[in-house]
Design a protein around this ligand. Sequence first.
Ligand code: COA
Length: 137
Amino acid sequence: MILRTYAEPDREAVIALWHAAGLTRPWNDPGRDIDRATSTWPELFVVAAAEEVVGTAMAGYDGHRGWVYYLAVEPGRQGEGIGRALLAEAESRLTALGCPKVMLMVRRGNEGAHGFYGGLGYSEDEVATFGKRLIPD
Ligand SMILES: CC(C)(COP(=O)(O)OP(=O)(O)OC[C@H]1O[C@@H](n2cnc3c(N)ncnc32)[C@H](O)[C@@H]1OP(=O)(O)O)[C@@H](O)C(=O)NCCC(=O)NCCS
């Protein structure tokens, strides 16, 4: 298994993985999310791959904070350390850009993710996140 930057032939497998990992929502078009990520910070979109893509981490840096999205591991490969490795790679790439802090959002109800992030040094911030859609997908 290697960690490498997303490449266009990965697209179909990545979207299938996001569906399988339960990360897709009707209001986010995963193909458009990939287009936007690859046109802004292509090197911050990391995949874990053996013969097939088995995990993803899509990060971005806004000049103040780094953000990680779409951290996902193929359901049959969870618990092998792939998620930890992907997050560490995203952190390392953000750090290399001078990013001082990394953030991420966890959907309500995804309690499993709390244990995962908590064990990797992440703590819950005392903030509510507000969002407003600018472009409907
Ligand atoms: C969350 C996710 C990315 C973790 O990836 P993973 O490859 O299964 O996790 P790892 O094997 O790297 O686990 C790293 C550590 O976190 C722990 N961990 C993993 N899942 C956990 C959970 N649900 N609760 C508590 N700890 C957990 C592991 O035990 C391991 O700790 P250890 O080394 O001390 O044993 C994966 O479960 C996943 O894709 N979930 C569905 C999508 C999702 O919810 N993504 C997060 C969106 S915010």
